[in-house]
Design a protein around this ligand. Sequence first.
Ligand code: THU
Length: 132
Amino acid sequence: MTEDTLIKAAIAAMPKAYAPYSHFLVGAAICDENGNIHTGVNVENAAYPQGSCAEAGAIAAMIMAGGRRIYQIAIAGRGVNLCTPCGGCRQRIREFANPDTPIIIADDSGLRQRFTLDELLPHSFGPDHLDK
Ligand code: THU
């Protein structure tokens, strides 16, 4: 699975977003431990806080398909600023990823910037913290 394939999957998902309130379309694509791709989009709601992010949709799709680890994730969104994952989604990704897991930010034109999970969520709390 190349990075380019994953970016293309995130970009291809974007137009499927349901974002009638923000008009901000986001697509996310995860490559899991088996090399399978799982995509998601943001799904907004008239009761605004009930909306969900693209990353949450992609994680749900991965779990449903039997994937358990995020090897790479690409997120595609438009705008001057990078479409980096929100705080809640950084924590959602943390559950299934490693500190060095690549988080790839793209727009319609392709790659914009690469981060690692640890760069976006340093000193994070995860499943290992619950070990007694
Ligand atoms: N959004 C995502 O889906 N992922 C992100 O990483 C950032 C924000 C969505 C939520 C909402 O539907 C819209 O973008 C505007 O915030």
